[in-house]
Design a protein around this ligand. Structure first.
Ligand code: UD1
Length: 368
């Protein structure tokens, strides 16, 4: 059974890798790695292939950046050709980036079965491009693998039949567990002269936070103030760096003694920072989950999250820019809380997916 595993952008690689490795071990499966090229810088893509022990993609669409319509359209045009040439039996997409939706639309129109891994998440905020991508992908996909019970409830409310939905757990935790030893050995934080639980990690890239000069400036000023009390490591996403340069804020951030800026880091180096930090300030989706699993306090600069379980069972707090200092200082005085166990966030999601695929084959719901 020929299975396309599609990845596109940085948060996709750690979702694809565990499944690729698991399918490689199955005699009935032929996994084919497809990279749309949405992210293309070495430190946004190649570094993750290396860290996650993935071979180079079998198919590379090289679509690059563009407006939403351009990026979506370019993926569709390029992927349609690849599908007609390569004819997979199943296409697996992950997450919620533009390529996820574009690939799903293309395969679905050609009558090729699609499975969505990390289905059912909803922020209920249509101003986020990812929310559109999630809704369209879930409406069209034949198989919906969910990470948490709230995702099942969302799909159910949208009228999606139970027969398409399977709760499999959080695949990102598989990558984290697979590479735990290497992450612990890496010691990125020591090389930066930092002390365990004595620093914070910052990531920012959401358009709502980084595309508007005033908002980005407010966030930067808060970060600089917090960094007077606790050092902050800030690997800067290319979108954010471009805006910091354009708005002329990068130099003041770099001049702040407590802020250590860097290029985006690979998975292992970055996770070593998260493992050893006291707190994380972010607007990422995946980092809310990783910190919850690890029991590291996380402040998410967003008004909502598609991952509510991280706020009810994990260590994540949604936080307006105004409250950033206050909440950071609270964490500094109380320390990290013990994480609760979340069902199926256990490093075994890839193996549950393989079992599900086998059962779908034996009941003839997938080609043999
Ligand atoms: C995309 C996803 C977002 C995900 C994020 C993770 C969509 C709509 N957004 O946002 O859901 O959380 O990836 O990082 O799919 N750029 C580079 N080099 C790269 C990639 C991007 O320089 O390798 C720059 C380009 O100027 C590009 C900009 O970053 O225009 C934004 O990239 P894009 O993929 O459009 O969106 P992200 O902000 O990365």
């Amino acid at each position: 059974m020929k299975i396309h595993l599609v990845c596109a952008a940085r948060p996709n690689f750690m979702k694809i890798a565990p499944l690729y490795h698991a399918l490689q071990k199955e005699s009935w499966a032929k996994p084919v790695l497809v990279h749309t090229g949405q992210h293309y810088d070495v430190n946004m893509s190649d570094a993750f292939f290396r860290d996650l022990e993935l071979p180079p993609p079998d198919i590379h669409l090289e679509v690059g950046s563009g407006s939403h319509a351009q990026q979506t359209g370019n993926v569709m045009i390029a992927y349609e050709k690849a599908l007609l040439d390569n004819k997979p039996d199943l296409v697996i997409v992950v997450g919620d980036v533009n390529s996820t939706m574009a690939v799903t639309l293309t395969a679905s129109k050609l009558g090729i079965k699609v499975a969505h891994l990390e289905a059912g998440l909803r922020s209920f905020d249509r101003t986020m491009p990812e929310e559109t991508n999630r809704i369209v992908t879930d409406v069209l996909a034949d198989i919906l693998w969910t990470p948490s019970p709230d995702a099942d409830e969302n799909l159910d409310r949208e009228g999606i039949g139970q027969d398409r939905i399977r709760f499999v757990g959080n695949i990102m935790i598989d990558s984290l567990e697979l590479l735990k030893e290497k992450i612990e050995k890496q010691a990125t934080y020591k090389k930066l002269g930092l002390i365990k639980r004595g620093f914070g990690v910052v990531t920012l890239h959401r358009p709502a936070n980084v595309d508007d000069a005033e908002t980005l400036n407010r966030i930067c000023r808060k970060l600089i103030t917090i960094s007077n009390r606790i050092p902050l490591v800030f690997p800067i996403h290319p979108r954010t760096r471009a805006n910091l340069e354009q708005f002329d804020f990068l130099s003041s951030l770099q001049a702040a003694k407590g802020v250590m800026t860097s290029e985006p880091m690979g998975y292992i180096a970055f996770m070593n920072l998260v493992f050893n930090s006291l707190l994380v300030i972010t607007d990422s989706g995946g980092i809310q989950e990783e910190t919850s699993y690890l029991g590291i306090s996380c402040l998410t600069i967003r008004p909502n999250t598609e991952r509510p379980i991280t706020t009810t069972r994990g260590t994540n707090q949604l936080c307006g820019v105004k409250d950033l200092e206050k909440k950071a200082y609270e964490i500094m005085s109380t320390g990290n809380s013990r994480p609760e166990k979340i069902q199926y966030w256990d490093g075994k999601t890839a193996s549950r997916i393989v079992t599900h695929l086998k059962s779908l084959r034996s009941s003839n719901r997938l080609p043999r």
